[in-house]
Design a protein around this ligand. Sequence first.
Ligand SMILES: C[S@@+](CC[C@H](N)C(=O)[O-])C[C@H]1O[C@@H](n2cnc3c(N)ncnc32)[C@H](O)[C@@H]1O
Length: 296
Amino acid sequence: MKHIPVLMAEVIKFLQIKESMRVIDATCGAGGHSHEFVKLVGESGQVFAFEKDEKSFEALLEYLPEAKLFNKSYTEMSVIPKPVDAILFDLGVSSMQLDEAERGFSFRKDGALDMRFSKKQTKTAAEIVNNYSFLDLRRIVKQYGEEKKAAKIARRICDARAKQKISTTLELEKIIYMPNYSDRKHPATRTFQALRIETNSELLTVERGIEIGIRMLKSGGRLGVISFHSLEDRVVKNKLKEFLGSCSCPKNLPICVCGKKAEIRVLTKKPIYPSSLEVKTNRRARSAIFRVIEKL
Ligand SMILES: C[S@@+](CC[C@H](N)C(=O)[O-])C[C@H]1O[C@@H](n2cnc3c(N)ncnc32)[C@H](O)[C@@H]1O
């Protein structure tokens, strides 16, 4: 399936992408957003695109020759000279990554339980599933999957692996499956989300990326993040809050001594969601949540 970029019109509008700008696409993926950025910034501008996945990066070399491409994590974006005008983070997986069974991201296709964005990372989802203790499995499934049945799922995983190593996505899906699971989602959805987050340290990485991104922006520059589930969005929202400069002094102090100053203003008091038309034409857009800030 071709990857269709999400919230394209909203991204261009809120990040005010235009001629001569220096723009960072932190998660270039299939290059959908960057393809538009390149056209809009023109020859006088520059697009710097980061993509951690080696295979996606290979394809970008052909698709986006006008962009400056980096096969690196966005946490390394400070390799670019400061400042930049706009930064986009479009989190999660691309349609190509979901489609490639051997990447292990989807429980609808049989493949090795891998889930790494980059082959340079050492820890795979299989290692987590086969080696983490019951308590650690329960914790990550509960915390990162926001799964009510985390204890039951962790117990099933431990029981199954005591008999035989769990190697593939469909093996794991069968172990988790509960016919009377109350959620409207497939019973494996939340556990697979949790494993992907743990495999790639996604939440810590996005927090770090936002922090570095804000430092890279010029005054008046904008940073936008598209998240795909409520936990990710909460992490983004809370990280951004840290730059709003709210006083952290103990309540009993008569005056502020922490001296915290706002570094950003939030442009999306309420987050932006895709239109119903976009959701109809691109199913992946249905859970997208977009937040944008401006550096002061
Ligand atoms: C949803 S896709 C981006 C799609 C892209 N905006 C497009 O329109 O084609 C997210 C991408 O971020 C990449 N990614 C995940 N973590 C990353 C990181 N720390 N640094 C750079 N890229 C990362 C993934 O490999 C994936 O290709």
